[in-house]
Design a protein around this ligand. Sequence first.
Ligand code: NAD
Length: 264
Amino acid sequence: MVSVLVNGACGRMGQAVLKAVQEDSELKLVGAVDLQGGMDAGELVGLPACGVTVETDLAAALTRCKPEVMVDFTRPDVVFSNVKQALSAHVSPVVGTTGLSEEQKAEIAALAEKEATPAFIAPNFAIGAVLMMVMCKQAAKYMPDVEIIELHHDKKLDAPSGTAVQTAAMIAEVRKKHVQGNPDEKEKLAGARGADYEGMHIHSVRLPGYVAHQEVIFGGLGQTLTIRHDSLNRESFMPGVVLAAKKVRGLKGLTVGLDKLLEF
Ligand code: NAD
């Protein structure tokens, strides 16, 4: 049994994680934290009362519950501090919250080594999204002109999505650097061509109705190839979160990306 504390327990993702952890026979929910507390973490998600009460002080909860793993789905502006608190308490963070910078990830990697406590970050826990990224890396070897369109619900705080940035980073590992589109192009409205990641353009759509979707379009002579993934609900992320919670203690330092836990 792996003991788990869920941080951001009352959020959309946090509630799905609370349910997934309680329904998995190899995971044990020992703590739940959010900005507002007092409710039972089972009843909160429509399960029988489990005796774990949502509390508001992460540091106190980490010390008292002594979980092996903290799953974090909170906010981009607090996740870095949460991860540092967990590592200092020798609790392995499994992080779904997006928005961590490369510098912050480097600091987390160093702290994970120093505290001899493994950490795991995935910008996308959906297996299908991971397969999409792996397939994009394959396609980019042969079709290096690529644009990414990511589509999310309108409550999302960061743009572009962590998945889009991770996809671009994976493509950049195999794609020769080159300028896409017309080098003389001019934007008549700022942002019309989206964000630029090493010459690849990333476009962020935010609308009610969406959960998490991404389309990667490769263009070649007389042809295009589109690779698309759709998370239709938040359950899509749970097998990946559960897998990471079970495996993180066997890793070393910081691991980024669910693909590292899968065999291809
Ligand atoms: P949400 O707003 O529904 O939930 C966030 C929760 O965190 C809220 O309940 C909020 O009260 C709580 N919170 C805020 N600050 C906190 C703090 N300091 N301590 C404890 N709790 C705090 O958001 P969401 O839709 O659940 O998404 C959460 C994060 O997960 C976002 O960054 C989102 O982009 C990311 N996300 C990642 C994946 C993935 O697969 N990696 C999938 C979906 C969402």
